[in-house]
Write a protein that binds this ligand. Structure first.
Ligand code: UD1
Length: 365
């Protein structure tokens, strides 16, 4: 059984690593790894392959950055001949990025069965490009693997047949549990002269937060208060860096003495940085999940989350972009008992094995 696996953007690399490893236990499965090239900087891509032990991609489509329409279309144009040549039994996509929907569409139009890992998550906010990608990918998938019960419920509500849907756990957490010991050895906390448990970590890259200078400025109102309380480490995504160039928010962050900006970090350094932080502030999806397992309080700078189980664990507060709400959540995070949360069901490091076993059983691998 031949499975083409798609990666494109940074969070995809973390999700595919445990799957590539799980395939090794199934000799009848031939995995092919295709990188669309959506992310291409070495710190956004190569570093992750190296640290996560992902085999070099069999193919890189080299598509790069562009508007949504152009990027999605270019990925589709480049991927179609790959499917025609390889004639896979399955195409597997992860997450919710443009590479996910682009390759999914190509597969099903050529009559190839589609597997979606991390299916069913819904923010119910169609202004998020990822939400559109999620809804569309799920609607055309043949195997839908969910990380949490809310995903299963959302798919049932959308009329997707229950026999296509599997609750298997979370491949991103498989990667975290596997690499946590190696991350412990990272010297990042020492190198940045931080004290364990006495700094915050910040990530921001959602268009809704960083593309509009007024919204960005309101978030900075809160960060200004927080960075007076403790150092805030801010690894900067390329989208955010572009938006900070020659802009009012850019000038403001330069003036914040305790806001420590860095380039994007590798997987192991970032895991170490999160695990010793007092608190994490983020607009990422995956970081909400990782902090819930690391038992580090997370303040999510978005109006909604597609990962409600992270809130149920007690470690995640979804507060939006209002500075007063952000500061109130920051203060609340310190008074909560450290053992508030429980690990979501099946987030045990074995999700990828479950996925590959189901595919092998159903498709004869
Ligand atoms: C993409 C995903 C988002 C995910 C994020 C993780 C979509 C719609 N969005 O957002 O869901 O959370 O990846 O990082 O697929 N750039 C570089 N170097 C790179 C990659 C990007 O400089 O290696 C810059 C380019 O200016 C580019 C911009 O970042 O235009 C945005 O990149 P893009 O892939 O379009 O979206 P992300 O914001 O990274």
């Amino acid at each position: 059984m031949k499975i083409i696996n798609i990666v494109g953007a940074r969070p995809n690399f973390v999700k595919i690593a445990p799957l590539m490893e799980a395939y090794r236990q199934h000799k009848a499965i031939t995995p092919v790894l295709v990188h669309t090239g959506q992310h291409y900087d070495s710190k956004m891509s190569d570093l992750f392959f190296h640290q996560l032990g992902i085999p070099q991609p069999d193919l890189n489509l080299g598509v790069g950055s562009a508007s949504h329409a152009v990027q999605t279309a270019e990925i589709m144009k480049a991927f179609e001949p790959v499917v025609l040549e390889h004639k896979p039994d399955l195409v597997l996509v992860v997450g919710d990025v443009n590479s996910t929907i682009a390759c999914g569409l190509v597969a099903v139009k050529l009559g190839v069965k589609l597997v979606h890992v991390e299916a069913g998550l819904r923010s119910f906010d169609r202004t998020m490009p990822e939400e559109v990608n999620r809804v569309l990918t799920d609607s055309i998938s043949d195997f839908l693997f969910c990380t949490e019960k809310s995903g299963v419920d959302n798919l049932a509500r959308e009329g997707i047949a229950a026999d296509k849907v599997f609750l298997v756990g979370n491949v991103m957490i498989d990667a975290l549990l596997k690499h946590k010991a190696a991350a412990e050895k990272s010297s990042i906390v020492r190198d940045m002269k931080l004290e364990s448990g006495r700094y915050a970590v910040l990530t921001l890259h959602r268009p809704a937060n960083v593309d509009d200078p007024d919204v960005f400025d309101r978030i900075l109102d809160a960060l200004d208060v927080i960075q007076r309380d403790m150092p805030v480490v801010f690894p900067i995504h390329p989208r955010t860096r572009n938006n900070l160039k020659d802009s009012a928010p850019g000038k403001r962050v330069q003036e914040m003495k305790n806001l420590v900006m860095t380039d994007p970090l590798g997987y192991l350094d970032f895991l170490k940085l999160m695990s010793e932080a007092r608190i994490v502030l983020t607009d990422s999806g995956g970081i909400q999940e990782e902090t819930a397992i690391l038992k580090v309080p997370c303040v999510t700078l978005r109006e909604n989350t597609e990962r409600p189980v992270t809130v149920d664990t007690g470690w995640n507060q979804v507060v939006g972009r209002d500075p007063e709400r952000i500061i109130a959540a920051y203060q609340r995070a310190f008074s909560r008992p450290k053992d508030a949360g429980e690990r979501p069901p099946l987030w045990d490091g074995h999700a990828a094995e479950r996925i590959v076993r189901i595919l092998a059983d159903r498709c004869g691998g």
